[in-house]
Design a protein around this ligand. Structure first.
Ligand code: NAG
Length: 102
């Protein structure tokens, strides 16, 4: 019979998809995320640098009220980013690699 094999294959497929989505859907442990982890709130978390574990396709990132000194190129790979709040930090220069659209 073919049926048990199909069921097993289906189960495996579901498992792989579920694990895959779990890996893709990441939110830095110190931040809170919404909208499938694409809106990230790291407001007032005493951050000195960009938190690890940001999903590559984030849309908005709120880093206000932290102690960031410099970000340099660290935001350049987040090409979907549309809203970025860096207010109330210790930045002395703008991060490189941001494209300003109007
Ligand atoms: C970032 O979060 C703070 C606190 O919730 C809020 O006041 C501020 O408006 C947010 N920034 C943006 C761009 O939404």
């Amino acid at each position: 019979m073919l049926k048990p094999f199909l069921n097993e294959a289906l189960l495996e497929l579901v498992l792989v998809l579920w694990l895959g989505l779990r890996v893709l859907a990441v939110c830095p442990s110190v931040c809170s995320c919404s909208r499938s982890h694409r809106e990230v709130d790291c407001f007032r978390r005493s951050l000195r640098e960009l938190p690890d574990g940001l999903q590559h396709n984030i849309l908005s990132l709120n880093l206000s009220h932290n102690q960031l000194l410099h970000l340099d190129d660290r935001l350049a790979s987040y090409t979907h980013l549309r809203v970025l709040d860096l207010s109330h930090n210790r930045l002395s220069r703008l991060p490189r690699g941001l494209i300003f659209l109007n």
